[in-house]
Write a protein that binds this ligand. Structure first.
Ligand SMILES: [Zn+2]
Ligand SMILES: [Zn+2]
Length: 258
């Protein structure tokens, strides 16, 4: 694993308290050459409330200042990038981008955790038999990628649809085909794997293999140990091998121009 763009910090309020330095040191030990920090992007909700699982708006200066300092300090050892994991919420996407644009994040990855948004929608990791939820999830993920703002789709199989198998197949095939057509890779998510979440799941990667999607690995690190990647990487490769899939060791980062 030479590149990991999926790394959180203590600033999202649900990750370990260690500093970014520990994440970086472990990434170097693992032989990672490019380490991207992708904290959950702040969302300027219209009622002014702060989401408890994102970077607080007031912490954004510190996030960039700290990482800019570390980027310089470690530049000989590792390439550090500063970005965000963001949802595509039609109601808030422009506000999210306007809020972060003065800081010029280098890239975004799409993690579609909710349909609509977290005020009006559904948390996609909860089991649901609703056909509307899976249709909306796919619509929103594809619409998000079509903005051209993202580098890839995180945990594409986060959606925990427990309804009809044919509907799962049709909708996830639509997702895989749409993502492929736009030229983006799909992530095999290490956090879901190592914490026994319902994703990454075989039924999804079977479809991705059939469609011929590019696959990449993402740590989704919420603690520094998650960047000691060797064991998880081995397990991921053997999972993917079952479907004749092999993750890309290099892929195109969609560097943003602000
Ligand atoms: Zn996520
Ligand atoms: Zn994440």
């Amino acid at each position: 694993m030479l590149i990991n763009l999926h790394t959180h910090t203590f600033r999202c309020h649900h990750a370990a308290k260690e500093s970014e330095r520990e994440y970086i040191e472990n990434a170097i030990v693992s032989g990672i050459k490019t380490l991207g920090f992708s904290e959950h992007i702040p969302c300027p909700f219209h009622d002014g409330h702060e989401s408890g699982y994102r970077l607080f708006k007031s912490d954004i200066n510190d996030y960039f200042d700290t990482l800019h300092r570390l980027k310089e300090e470690y530049e000989k050892d590792i390439n550090i990038l500063i970005g965000f994991e963001a949802e595509y919420y039609p109601k808030y996407f422009k506000d999210m981008l306007d809020f972060v644009s003065p800081f010029k994040p280098e890239y975004l990855i799409l993690g579609q955790h909710f349909t609509y948004n977290e005020e009006d929608g559904f948390y996609c990791a909860l089991p649901t038999e609703s056909d509307d939820v899976i249709v909306n999830y796919v619509d929103q993920a594809l619409e998000g990628l079509s903005t051209g703002m993202f580098t890839y789709l995180c945990h594409p199989d986060l959606i925990n649809y427990t309804g009809n198998d044919e509907i799962y197949y049709t909708q996830m095939k639509r997702l895989c085909e749409g993502v492929k057509k736009m030229g983006y890779p799909l992530e095999f998510n290490f956090l879901g794997w190592s914490t026994n979440r319902p994703y990454p799941c075989k039924r999804f990667f079977k479809i991705a293999a059939e469609v011929g999607n590019d696959i990449i690995l993402g740590c989704d690190a919420h603690n520094p140990k998650a960047l000691l990647t060797k064991e998880t990487e081995k397990e991921a490769l053997s999972f993917l091998k079952e479907f004749d899939l092999k993750p890309l060791d290099k892929f195109k980062i969609n560097y943003l121009k602000w």
